[in-house]
Design a protein around this ligand. Structure first.
Ligand code: ADP
Ligand code: MG
Length: 247
C-alpha cells in the first residue's frame, strides 16, 4: 500500500430504492488520489459526481465497497465519527460560497478553528486571508464583496485548519470567465506552492483542463482517467491586494 494515497475508493456502490426502481448512483467505482494531486472529476448530469463527492467528503456512506481517507477506513464509521473526520481532514468549497451572511471575512475564516485559542485563531485567519489575496478585506461582510472575493473567503476558510484534502464542488459555477480564471489560478498556486491536494467537480472542460489529472465519470463508474496534456494556466493577479474590478 502506498503511503501517499490520501483518498482510496474501492468498488463503491451507492444504491437508491425508489418504489419498484433501483437506482445505482455509483456502480462499483474505484479510484485513488495521492497527496499533492489536483484532480478534476467530470461527467454529465446524473453520472454520479455529487454522490461520489458526498462519499469522499464523508457526508454520506457507500451501500457497499470501502472508502479510506488519510489511511482511515471511513466506510463503516458512525455519523459522529464521520463528522469528526470531516472537520479534521477535509476542507470544502461550494458553488454558492456558503458564507454566513452577517459575518466579517476574518470571523468566517475563524469558524473552523473553534477548538483553538482566541489570539491564535485570529492570527491564522488573517494569514489564510492574506494567502488568498484578501489581506485588505479582513473586515468586509459578504454583501460588501464581489462573487470572486466571497469565493476566496470560502477558500481561506476551507484551508485554515490545514486539511488533507480540499473538496470543491463546481467552485466557479457562479463566476464569469475572468473571475473563474482568477479562482483557478489561485487553486493552482495553492496546489503547487503549498502542496494542497485538490479534488474538484466540474462539468466544464475548460475548468477541468486547469487540473493536473481528469477523471471522467459515467453511469456511476470511471470511464477515463489520465493526466492533462495541455494544462490551462489562467493568470493570477498580484496577491496581497485586491485587483478585482467586478461590480
Ligand atoms: P451528478 O452529480 O453527476 O449529476 P448525482 O450523483 O447527483 O449525479 O446522481 C446520480 C444518479 O443517482 C442520478 O440518476 C440521480 O437521479 C440518482 N440519485 C442521486 N441522489 C439520489 C437520491 N437521494 N435518491 C434517489 N436517486 C438519487
Ligand atoms: Mg451533481
Amino acid at each position: 500500500m502506498d503511503d501517499d494515497v490520501i483518498v482510496r475508493v474501492t468498488d463503491v456502490s451507492k444504491v437508491y430504492e425508489l418504489g419498484e426502481d433501483t437506482v445505482y448512483a455509483l456502480d462499483g467505482i474505484s479510484l485513488e488520489v495521492r497527496e499533492g494531486e489536483f484532480v478534476a472529476i467530470m461527467g454529465a448530469s446524473g453520472s454520479g459526481k455529487s454522490t461520489l463527492m458526498s462519499i469522499i467528503g464523508c457526508l454520506d456512506q457507500p451501500t457497499s465497497g470501502t472508502y479510506e481517507l488519510a489511511g482511515m477506513d471511513v466506510s463503516s464509521m458512525t455519523d459522529d465519527e464521520l463528522s469528526d473526520v470531516r472537520s479534521r481532514t477535509l476542507g470544502f468549497i461550494f458553488q454558492n460560497y456558503n458564507l454566513l451572511p452577517r459575518m466579517r471575512a476574518v470571523e468566517q475564516v475563524m469558524v473552523p478553528l473553534i477548538y483553538q485559542h482566541g489570539a491564535q485563531r485570529e492570527a491564522r485567519a488573517i494569514e489564510a486571508l492574506t494567502r488568498v489575496g484578501l489581506g485588505s478585506r479582513l473586515h468586509h461582510r459578504p454583501t460588501e464583496m464581489s462573487g470572486g472575493q466571497q469565493q476566496r473567503v470560502a477558500i481561506a476558510r476551507a484551508l485554515v485548519a490545514n486539511p488533507s484534502v480540499l473538496v470543491a464542488d463546481e467552485p466557479t459555477g457562479n463566476l464569469d470567465s475572468r473571475v473563474t480564471g482568477e479562482i483557478l489560478a489561485l487553486l493552482q498556486q495553492l496546489n503547487e506552492e503549498y502542496g494542497v491536494t485538490i479534488l474538484m467537480v466540474t462539468h466544464e472542460p475548460d475548468v477541468a483542463q486547469s487540473a493536473k489529472r481528469i477523471i471522467q465519470v459515467g453511469d456511476g463508474h470511471v470511464i477515463s482517467d489520465g493526466p492533462v496534456e495541455h494544462r490551462l494556466r489562467p493568470q493570477l493577479p498580484p496577491l496581497g491586494d485586491d485587483v478585482e474590478s467586478e461590480a
